[in-house]
Design a protein around this ligand. Structure first.
Ligand SMILES: [Zn+2]
Length: 283
């Protein structure tokens, strides 16, 4: 059953677990989310960014339609559809018009004031029935990994966070506490999360907090982050490294066997993340 994302996040906040937010951009990745959530009786956030859809020639309505089609098959799975990293006001508005009931505006490259202004406008357009996530500070790195070795992190500031939430009315906030986008955590260094800062950020606002760039963060650090108020955890790199390894491994098979195997392997990886987030059995 489909829910607006904020409902899943508030239940997670009260239940002291996080909902995994899985990046998808095609039928196979959507199906893998539902298989994993169904097997583990978990809620799940199914999200995509324009930069992931565009290379596959998939539009907002197309992807939302694919998600809802599988949602009709897996009626016991509570799920939410969400735009990950809307890089402009237009991308967020297009997604809202394209039947995405939840969007993230990534204003981390703007000034604090500009980020606040644009986020407030998007929240006004979304209204109370739809969810808006924003980012205070800058998580840094790039989805898919960057090679220049500099991650451009700006840690979230508790005072800015408090002001941002009050002035924008936003529903969820992505925090920067040492987490990094991309595969650095797996292949280079393990990101060191600043848990003291996370506690202060949690105390600075009353809304669910989001952790981006979770691939490669050790399970026990994820558990600690969840215990300190993280309600949504974004996963991309870890999953698609495994997925692409599988596609390469089965490249001599038929397309159907190759894609079917990759979907099964991806579902297995998502199941592991659901267990780490503590959302198994919470559906
Ligand atoms: Zn992110």
């Amino acid at each position: 059953m489909e829910y607006v994302m904020s409902k899943l996040l508030w239940e997670a906040r009260e239940g002291k677990y996080a909902v995994p937010a899985i990046c998808v951009s095609n039928m196979e990745s959507v199906l893998a989310c539902f298989i994993a959530a169904d097997r583990t009786r978990s809620p799940i956030i199914i999200q995509s960014a324009y930069s992931e859809m565009e290379p596959q020639m998939i539009g907002y309505r197309d992807l939302a339609g694919i998600i809802r089609t599988f949602g009709d098959r897996y009626t016991d799975v509570p799920y939410a559809i969400h735009l990950d990293h809307g890089m402009s006001e237009k991308e967020c508005m297009d997604a809202l018009e394209g039947s995405f009931p939840s969007v993230m505006f990534d204003g981390s490259s703007l000034s604090f004031e500009e980020n606040m202004e644009v986020t407030a406008r998007i929240k006004k357009a979304a209204g109370q029935e739809r969810t808006v996530e924003a980012e205070v500070g800058k998580v840094g790195g790039e989805e898919g990994g960057s090679s220049d070795g500099s991650y451009h992190i700006i840690k979230s500031d508790p005072d800015q966070l408090r002001e941002f939430v009050l002035k924008t009315g936003v529903d969820a906030i992505a925090v920067s506490i040492g987490n990094i986008h991309g595969c650095h955590g797996i292949e280079k260094q393990i990101p060191e999360l600043d848990f003291r800062l996370l506690e202060r950020l949690k105390d600075a606002c009353e809304i669910p907090l989001v952790l981006h760039g979770a691939s490669g963060i050790p399970d026990e650090d994820i558990h600690t982050a969840v215990s300190l108020g993280i309600c949504k955890i974004n996963y991309y790199t870890q999953l698609y490294n495994v997925y692409m390894d599988c596609v390469k491994q089965y490249s001599d098979c038929t397309m159907e066997e190759c894609m079917g195997n990759a979907t099964r392997v991806l579902a297995g990886e998502i199941e592991k993340l659901i267990k780490v987030c503590g959302s198994a059995g919470k559906a």
